[in-house]
Design a binder for this molecule. Structure first.
Ligand code: NAP
Ligand code: GLV
Ligand code: GLV
Length: 320
């Protein structure tokens, strides 16, 4: 019997494939920083039994129609808004993601971005780099305090709670909003459940950690930014499309809110002519939430374990 064929849409370290090389026939797009062209993916998916894909790959109905043998889509991300779940389900294709293993790493980045935005770290580094530092001054690059302020976490899930634990260490008050209450988190973190309106009005830092769904699409719109304090700092580590970017631009430019730190964008990648890149009070990162060497390796291993389980007719660890 021929070995099951697994297609990997981006170059990943060969040593991680070693343990499976007698079991599977791997085909891989050999570029690390460029996505697989659509025509190549179409051709490869036609013979694939398993797919290991990136959050930047759109796995839609049209593609799955060309994948008669496919049994599993293992997404190298916890978010799976890039995959048409209904189309996969109707073809009995299992979808897996990478929850938990990236929670703390992503929370680290979220908190780092919050701190960098509040204390103007990037601007300050650029200032020294540009040789503009002539003198010390009382209000030189003065930012906003973080400690003992109020953080509003929109999406108190795995990552949201890990953010709350960090916030607690800084003496912050934690407000959160979800569709449902998390009583355990409230006890452990002294977090307070509030309506979205209340959170937007009261929080000094508003951080988005919700999954992208039809409900959360553009939930941060003109009205949301109008409700925030003029001193509020907005952080987005969820998905770009949870934000109406032109409304955010307007709110930042007119000083309706103070600053923003963004790891994700409506359409990625952005270029440096993106309107949000023109503002001093914005930090833009290239979607690196879970990007530590350790965590990315663990995520890849988890995807391979999930693929291997499904090929063995077993339940994968982290099915969506
Ligand atoms: P999770 O544990 O599922 O948490 C998501 C939270 O959002 C849940 O508490 C959920 O609570 C809440 N939520 C869902 N729909 C909502 C709605 N309509 N309104 C309000 N709250 C809602 O997921 P996670 O592991 O923390 O990951 C969250 C998201 O972070 C991922 O989906 C992904 O998009 C993003 N992410 C980004 C990066 C990055 O690199 N920047 C890295 C990892 C993850 P209820 O169900 O009670 O509403
Ligand atoms: C990254 O954005 C993820 O969803 O894991
Ligand atoms: C600053 O460096 C201080 O000593 O206050």
């Amino acid at each position: 019997m021929s070995k099951p064929c697994i297609y990997i849409t981006r170059k990943i370290p060969g040593e991680l494939l070693e343990p499976y090389k007698d079991t599977f026939e791997f085909h891989m797009w050999e570029k690390e920083t460029e996505p697989v062209p659509h025509d190549v993916l179409l051709k490869e998916i036609a013979q694939a039994d398993g797919l290991l894909c990136m959050l930047s790959d759109q796995i839609d109905e049209a593609l799955l129609t060309e994948a008669p043998r496919l049994k599993i889509i293992a997404n190298l991300a916890v978010g799976y808004d890039n995959i048409d779940l209904d189309a996969a389900k109707s073809r009995d294709i299992i979808v897996t993601n990478t929850p938990d293993v990236l929670t703390e790493t992503t929370a680290d980045l979220g908190f780092a971005l919050l701190m960098a935005t509040a204390r103007r770290i990037v601007e300050a580094s650029n200032y020294v780099q540009a040789d503009q530092w002539e003198n010390w001054a009382p209000y030189l690059l003065a930012g906003s305090d973080i400690h003992h302020k109020t953080i509003g976490i929109v999406g108190m899930g795995r990552i949201g709670e890990a953010i709350a634990r960090r916030a607690k260490g800084f003496g912050m008050s934690v407000l959160y909003h979800n569709r449902s209450r998390k009583y355990e988190a409230e006890d452990e973190l002294q977090a307070t459940y509030v309506t979205m309106d209340h959170l937007l009005k009261e929080a000094d830092f508003v951080i988005s950690v919700v999954p992208l769904t039809s409900e959360t699409n553009k939930m941060f719109d003109v009205g949301a930014f109008q409700k925030m304090k003029s001193t509020a700092i907005f952080i987005n580590i969820s998905r770009g499309a949870t934000v109406d970017e032109s409304a955010l631009f307007e709110a930042l430019q007119t000083k309706q809110i103070k600053a923003a730190g963004l790891d994700v964008f409506e359409k990625e990648p952005i270029r440096n002519d993106h309107p949000l890149m023109k503002l001093d009070n914005v930090i833009c990162l290239p979607h690196i939430g879970s990007s530590s060497e350790e965590t990315r390796t663990i995520m890849i291993k988890l995807c391979l374990e999930n693929i291997s389980a499904v090929m063995d007719g077993k339940q994968p660890k982290t099915q969506v």
